[in-house]
Design a protein around this ligand. Structure first.
Ligand SMILES: Cc1ncc(COP(=O)(O)O)c(C=O)c1O
Length: 398
């Protein structure tokens, strides 16, 4: 008898993500050695507590929960007050005015990306992104028959290969997705490289006789360490959307709250916003969670203590340098993407596991020969791992 599960999903499950594999490996190691003796850098799950204001808002919600519709359905685009508060925040970040009508609330950035892809993709359409990339992009595009095409970034500093993009764009390209600060590299794209990318997109859009959408996935916007500016995409390219999230800046990853905001001169904006409002509904999200919307309504300007992440980044840099690893110092987000000392990154990850370190092979992000280390873990885990990193490096060098 044939199985109930589709061939496609069965295939996905068989080649399940490296992050997932590490997660499972981690459970086994922790059972054997105890949590404190396993150095788990495999997951981007923020460990800092949410800001105290979040607790206060939740207490207020609890006090009012007996009112009718206090937790009811709402417009599919989200609470009007939350949309307005976020539109103001995005306007400040982008340096241009965005009305609330150009912003909808979604179930995290992941939900937002799915709403956008559902609204624009038809089977066979292509979405282009720089590699390495957040592995879920391929699944999200695939959900609607789209195909993810990646353009390797320059190896030294993970800057965009603009000519690579020019070569990858064609009549099937419906969107380009960038992620800055980047997971897994921490790279923040400069205004100059985004400008050059925008020029290439404009040229291909003219050939295609329809705009290619530029999607900027920005869950890590708040995490830039060395005063590096995050440029305004809305001022560079009209057919652009920003997808934001509160998973990381408020440590609310489990509450699933984010947004899609469109540029002020977005072409046919009304139709696009109506389309993503509709896909938010028909994908089964209906509307983003009410608790999250109430929280961000009153915590628009709050964030976790990002200095803690800076301290951790610097500690991690020291540990990796001491072990003799080659890496790009991330100016943003909470990941390192160092070079594997041997060609086979999976083999090196195995050597790290032998030292009770959990990391993800770079090939899981579309760029082999590297590993990803997430430093959203306590400082002690980073410093305690120092000797293990050294031993794994010695083993790799033979
Ligand atoms: C680059 C990137 N995009 C999107 C997401 C999904 O974020 P959210 O929790 O807001 O759905 C993540 C989560 O780790 C991410 O790293």
């Amino acid at each position: 008898m044939k199985g109930i599960v589709s061939d496609e999903i069965r295939g996905y499950m068989e080649h399940s993500s490296w992050i997932r594999k590490m997660f499972e490996e981690g459970i086994e190691l922790k059972k054997k050695y105890g949590d404190a003796n396993v150095y788990d850098f495999s997951l981007g799950n923020p460990d800092l507590p949410p800001p105290t204001q979040v607790k206060k808002v939740l207490a207020d919600i609890t006090a009012n929960v007996d009112k009718p519709f206090s937790l009811g359905y709402m417009p599919n685009a989200g609470l009007p007050s939350t949309r307005a508060a976020l539109a103001e925040k995005v306007s400040r970040e982008q340096g241009v005015e965005i009305p609330a009508s150009k912003l909808i609330i979604t179930c995290g950035a992941a939900g937002g990306l799915n709403c956008v892809f559902r609204a624009i993709l038809q089977p066979g359409d292509e979405v282009v992104c720089p590699a390495p990339y957040f592995v879920e992009y391929g699944f999200y595009a695939g959900n609607y028959g789209g195909k993810l095409v990646s353009v390797p970034s320059n190896q030294d500093d993970f800057s965009l290969d603009i000519e690579g993009f020019r070569g990858a764009l064609n009549e099937k390209t419906r969107a380009v997705i960038i992620n800055s600060p980047n997971n897994p590299t921490g790279r923040i794209y400069t205004e100059e490289e985004l400008n050059r990318l925008a020029e290439v997109l404009k040229e291909q859009s003219a050939k295609n006789e329809r705009p290619i959408l530029l999607i900027s996935d920005e869950p890590y916007r708040f995490l830039n360490f060395d005063g590096v500016e995050i440029p305004s995409l809305f001022q560079l390219y009209d057919a652009s959307v920003v997808i934001g999230s509160f998973s990381k800046n408020l440590s609310l990853a489990g509450e699933r709250i984010g947004y899609i905001a469109a540029a002020p001169n977005f072409p046919d904006a009304q139709v696009f916003m109506a389309a993503v409002t509709m896909t938010n509904r028909i994908l089964g999200f209906v509307n983003a969670p009410i608790l999250g919307q109430e929280i961000i309504n009153q915590c628009t300007d709050c964030e976790v203590d990002m200095n803690r992440y800076r301290v951790r980044r610097d500690l991690m840099a020291q540990v990796l340098s001491d072990a003799g690893m080659e890496y790009y110092l991330p100016p943003g987000a909470f990941y390192f993407f160092p070079k594997s000392p041997i060609e086979d990154d999976v083999e090196f990850v195995r050597m790290l596991v032998a030292e009770r370190i959990l990391a993800v092979p770079g090939r899981g992000f579309g760029m082999a020969g590297h590993i990803r280390l997430a430093f959203c873990v306590n400082e002690k885990t980073i410093t305690d791992a120092a000797e293990s990193f050294k031993r794994a490096m010695n083993a790799a060098k033979g």
